[in-house]
Design a protein around this ligand. Structure first.
Ligand SMILES: [Mn+2]
Length: 387
């Protein structure tokens, strides 16, 4: 049995003010192409379908189109979706029971009472049954009524392990879990990017120990692809780079092949090709412009200029080559001087001195007599106005 594992689509996300919908449509199209070519037995989407709990109409339309295209493939390929911390469970599972007729299974909310269970989808192949358990993102408070009085979970750890351990998992079947939580493996956390929303203080941590009974765990939440503790417990990562810190990550679609019970699942990474890449460029302005040879690049670029003298209109000149600039930073002896200044603890109270220092940081030289005179006049007129 082979299935695709993806997560963290974050449809509708903005990237430094740029809407990413076109990029997301592009990458979903490539995923659809891979589904048509490779015909997996299921497609698992492990949370954060949307970027916001109330997604924009355009974002909903993009996911609607994706589901529609998936459902048009014959023979049918089941699609399983859980909600992530960015999704609204209720909104995501709209018309969920009707969609099940089309083999689209959505689990928006964790069990809320003692009689509710995780959604389980059973697939079958020559090796027998494979049960896929769907655990949407949860916080301890969301599942407290599932447990007896006095046994309510207080931590994420207790909540997730409590919800999993009450499921009647058949150990003779191959068991697969979809989840969207912050997992650690023996105290070791996942490698992060800058585009996840991670709780401060790590209260949301759950140890992978409670996943031991599963043959494969299809995780979402962390944006860098990686396994946790063992190969078969895996974050597939985002299909696109959602922060500059991800510039050197290879984004891929995870294909999992699961054979006879007890054997290791095989994991293949199918590389994805974005419409626009995210790149980091560093150097002197003239060198960067020269290297581009006048060719316009649609990539999203973060530029760090190392010129000692502030170049003239750097953003405008870069924009002629890179229409999608994320940021332009300066890194030279002056800006490294800035860092040194910030470390100082002395407080300057004379406003004139504050400005003189600021001028020095910005211009790299002292003010000349004429400029000092102008500053003097400005301060005098301000003083008069205040007095
Ligand atoms: Mn996410």
């Amino acid at each position: 049995m082979r299935f695709f594992h993806l997560s963290d689509l974050h449809i509708g996300k903005q990237f430094y003010g740029y809407p990413l919908l076109e990029d997301q449509e592009w990458i979903l199209k490539e995923i659809l192409q891979l589904v048509r070519e490779r015909r997996p037995d299921a497609v698992l989407i492990s949370g954060d379908v949307y970027d916001k709990s109330v997604p924009a109409a355009e974002a909903v339309a993009v996911f609607d189109h994706f589901l529609g295209e998936l459902a048009s493939i014959e023979p049918r390929i089941p699609v399983l979706v859980i909600s992530g911390n960015h999704d609204s469970g209720e909104r995501l599972s709209f018309a969920g029971s009707i969609l099940e007729n089309e083999q689209v299974y959505i689990m928006g909310n964790a069990p809320k009472g003692p009689k509710e269970w995780l959604k389980k989808v059973t697939l079958e192949d020559e090796w027998g049954k494979a049960d896929i358990y769907m655990l949407p993102f949860l916080k301890p408070g969301m599942v407290k009524n599932v447990f007896n009085e006095g046994e309510e979970p207080e931590t994420y750890q207790e909540a997730v392990s409590g919800i999993l351990s009450r499921e009647n998992v058949d150990e003779n079947h191959r068991n697969i879990l979809m989840a969207h939580q912050f997992f650690t493996a023996g105290g070791e956390g996942p490698k992060l990017s800058e585009s996840e929303t991670v709780s401060v203080g790590g209260i949301d941590q759950v140890d992978t120990k409670c996943l031991d009974g599963f043959d494969y765990v299809a995780l979402g939440h962390i944006h860098r692809p990686q396994s946790m503790g063992r190969e078969a417990v895996r974050y597939c990562g985002t299909p696109l780079k959602y922060s500059v810190s991800e510039w050197n990550q290879i984004k891929s679609l995870t294909e999992v092949e699961i054979g006879e019970k007890g054997t290791q699942p095989q994991i293949h990474l199918l590389e994805l090709h974005p419409l626009r890449d995210v790149r980091v460029i560093r150097g002197k302005l003239e060198d960067i412009l020269l290297a581009a040879e006048g060719e316009v690049s649609d990539d999203y670029v973060s530029v760090t200029l190392t010129d000692e003298q502030d170049p003239y209109q750097p953003k405008e000149r870069l924009e002629a080559i890179f229409p999608h600039i994320l940021e332009v930073k300066m890194d030279n002896s002056r800006t490294s001087g800035l860092e040194w200044l910030e470390e100082e603890t002395e407080t300057i109270t004379d406003p004139k001195e504050v400005f003189e220092r600021f001028f020095f940081q910005m211009q790299g030289r002292e003010m000349d007599e004429e400029e000092k005179l102008i500053l003097q006049e400005v301060f005098e007129s301000v003083g008069e106005a205040e007095g």
